[in-house]
Design a protein around this ligand. Sequence first.
Ligand SMILES: Cc1ncc(COP(=O)(O)O)c(C=O)c1O
Length: 231
Amino acid sequence: MQDQLNKTSAAEPLTIDTLKYGPPVGHLELRTLICGILQRTIMSGLHVTPENLVMSNGATAVLDNLFHLLGDAGSSCLLPAPCYPVFDNDLGSRNDVKTWQVYLERPDTDANVLDAAKRAAESARKPPRALLISNPDNPTGTIYSEERMKGFLKWCIRKKMHLVVDEIYALSVFPSASSARPFRSIIEIASEMAESLPPQQVEILWEHLHVVYALSKDFCMSGAELSPLAC
Ligand SMILES: Cc1ncc(COP(=O)(O)O)c(C=O)c1O
């Protein structure tokens, strides 16, 4: 990215607006540009507006802020194992939300495994408030199928749990032998699913779904620490 950034900054020097305080959710101009990128890539064909986005300093800060809002101290978040180990810090260090690892085996047993994990966490007095999925997954590289993601969504709607999908590797995916487009953003999947749900469930869905993205991986700009949260 260095060559590209050098060219851009030479052509468009910093203005005073860039250096001043802006809206806490991020400059409108930046959010508009990010909307454009999202609509050209992982959220193509969807109506994403700057009002749907909150910007922060990297996915780490987004997760920290998000779980500050979603989880009470002492609550937990279900998370498929093995997982990106820094989630423990992102959720726990300020907010005291515990990661509760679940061992998912097959799509047809996911709901039962999640039910059992929820019961176990509740018995341990760590009631889960959310399910956190990293898709594409770090560290396994797994791309969850659309059917499986729908299953997670349905489970969260049924339980009124938040579903947080970390899509930080969304554009670092290559066509496979079996599929030209192996990854789909949960926003696309949820939008399609919403068309056949009763209005009450649609409301629960949009209130409980949160997507985290960042420039750290796909744009090789981890030091820029820019990250949108779509909600
Ligand atoms: C799945 C996942 N989420 C979040 C992060 C952290 O992102 P950021 O550098 O934007 O804070 C990483 C970094 O490795 C990651 O792998």
